[in-house]
Design a protein around this ligand. Structure first.
Ligand SMILES: [Cu+2]
Length: 475
């Protein structure tokens, strides 16, 4: 039986009111959270990289001939550096540096990537938004790069979309935290917008002396700091009748966040890099799990001088992290643009045959003793696969969160659909990350399109919670 996409007027992970904005006691956590937001992951202790093979250092790496022919390239360096999180006090961090602040490429590009690891620990790159590039799959398809080593590989960018790159997979409990990098892969035929902005939101735990703590370790009484594009606040001015494309990325380590843009209509165009059936966010609010990306269009129709606060809620507290101001400059055009057409498909299947799907139950969270099959990333290659599936088969995963807090699940290499309760349809978007409330079960479906070994990550939404992994094989 083939299943149709269900048109959803209101319910979506991105638009459900999280408990956050609801006055306590009124509507705390009821059905609003049953379609919990999407989510993500990565990270581990590398002190004990038991069983993991390290890539030998490439003594003499030379660019491929194609690089000389104008193929885009990206030279990355993992190394110690500082962040300007607090005025006057640089915060030491382990940075993934290279190229501009935002990595920008075009769909169909093949990029020659080099990674110089100047950290004293192995590094594994996690790139969210790549569809099915098995040789870039961290740990399972591409061993971590040893301290002092240099890696090089070619990466085809099949999918346009908003992507996220980081070196956090082995980062739990390390000496310093590592920020994420935003990556934009532009459509071959981009939609008409006046501005294309990236808002990368991240979280830090800062001790009284200004030093930052890596996740996967107890933050004790360290203060929580959220940043947007590396700063505590962001101010954006826009003209009347401008159309903004805003690529909102939750680059936080562990925090599910709700972002509200006051008094503006937010049209969700893509989630986790894949085009969605466009819909308006309820209450001008988006919920993003760590790793989630949402492409939103905003048409500026309010009068000059209107100021919209950017309100961020992490489940505990609301903060203002910036504002959007309608400027007094001449309007961008006489009237606002008509509602946008959906973004061009990346070629994901229009339908998934659920009837003949391979069905797997996966429990995440709960006491460690109850789920020994979930391992720290450093131990992933020594662990047994959660399942194997033939290429071309649809997989339905029933995910149950046994934690008493929200948990985040992240699937590598394959975007998935979030199924409706009765398996009779799915939400009108694709995800690669899903948040699950305490005790919640969600079912997802994906086409096992790409042969190879693929990771799955899960963690609880607490700073000290370990990032855990399992894997599956398409063969
Ligand atoms: Cu991942």
């Amino acid at each position: 039986m083939m299943v149709r996409i269900k048109k959803m007027g209101l319910a979506s992970p991105a638009t459900q009111s999280p408990p956050y904005w609801t006055p306590a006691g009124e509507n705390g956590r009821d059905s609003d959270m049953t379609h919990a937001p999407p989510a993500l992951s990565r990270r581990t202790l590398l002190a004990g990289l038991g069983g993991t093979i390290l890539v030998p250092s490439l003594a003499s790496w030379t660019p491929s001939p194609a690089a000389a022919q104008g193929r885009p390239s990206l030279a990355l360096r993992a190394g110690a550096g500082t962040l300007a999180l607090a005025p006057g006090t640089p915060t030491p961090a382990w940075l993934l540096s290279g190229a501009d602040e935002i990595l920008r490429f075009k769909q169909g590009d093949e990029i020659d990537i080099s990674l110089q690891n100047d950290l004293p620990v192995p590094v594994a790159l996690m790139w969210r938004g790549l569809g099915g590039i098995a040789r870039a799959e961290p740990l399972l398809g591409r061993p971590p790069m040893a301290a002092g080593g240099k890696d090089a590989f070619r990466l085809p960018l099949r999918h346009a979309g908003t992507e996220l790159l980081d070196a956090r997979l082995l980062g739990d409990g390390q000496a310093l935290p590592s920020p994420a990098r935003a990556c934009v892969v532009q459509e071959a035929a981009p939609p008409e917008v006046d501005r294309d902005e990236v808002w990368l939101i991240e979280d830090f735990r800062l001790r009284a002396d200004g030093t930052a703590i890596a996740p996967g370790s107890d933050p004790k009484d360290a203060a929580t700091l959220f940043t947007i594009n590396g700063k505590p606040t962001l101010d954006l001015a826009a003209r009347i009748n401008e159309r903004l494309r805003i690529r909102i990325i939750n680059g936080c380590q562990r925090s599910v966040i709700a972002l509200r843009i006051e008094d503006q209509e937010i049209r969700v165009m893509a989630m986790d890099g894949q085009p969605a059936e466009p819909f308006l966010a309820r209450n001008s609010q988006l919920v993003l799990a760590p790793g989630t990306r949402i492409d939103a269009f905003i048409d500026i129709t309010k009068p000059a001088g209107t100021t919209s606060g950017l309100m961020l809620h992490d489940g505990k507290q609301a903060r203002t992290i910036g504002k959007l101001v309608v400027s007094g400059e001449a309007p961008a055009r006489d009237r606002a643009l008509p509602p946008p057409a959906p973004l061009p498909s990346n070629g994901l299947p229009a339908r998934l045959d659920l009837k003949s799907a391979q069905r797997i139950d996966l429990t995440i969270g709960g006491a460690a003793a109850a789920k020994p099959e979930w391992v720290k990333p450093a131990g992933i290659t020594a662990s047994a696969p959660a399942f194997r599936v033939k290429p071309g088969r649809v997989v339905v995963l029933a995910l149950t969160n046994r934690d008493n807090t929200a948990a985040v699940f992240h699937l590598h290499g394959h975007p998935f659909r979030l199924l409706d309760r009765l398996d009779d349809g799915w939400k009108p978007y694709w995800l690669d990350t899903l948040a699950l409330e305490a005790g919640q079960t969600q079912r997802i479906a994906f086409l096992a399109e790409y042969p190879g070994r693929w990771g799955m990550e899960a963690f609880a939404t607490a700073w000290a919670a370990p990032r855990l992994m399992r894997w599956f094989e398409v063969a």
